[in-house]
Write a protein that binds this ligand. Structure first.
Ligand SMILES: [Zn+2]
Length: 80
């Protein structure tokens, strides 16, 4: 088994990739712990903005999934 570590940009600790969130093509620069800490801090600063960012992120993920999932309906099926 290969353990690949990544250095967190926020706390500077070397952690396993499992401790980082994936963004589809790679991993976030900061570990889950730091990412969640940053999210919480952002929420405290501006709850509406933080919620909007999460909404946009989810919408983008959904669009990506639809675009990459084979057999996902791209156009409405016309029944005969
Ligand atoms: Zn960290």
């Amino acid at each position: 088994m290969i353990f690949t570590n990544k250095c967190c940009r926020a706390c500077g600790k070397s952690k396993a990739l499992a401790d980082f969130y994936s963004n589809g093509t790679g991993y976030f620069p900061s570990c889950k712990e730091c990412y969640m800490g940053a999210r919480r801090a952002a929420y405290r600063r501006d709850p509406e903005k933080a919620k909007e960012q999460v909404r946009r992120y989810r919408a983008r993920l959904k669009a990506q999934r639809l675009a990459t999932t084979p057999g996902a309906p791209k156009t409405p099926k016309v029944s005969q």
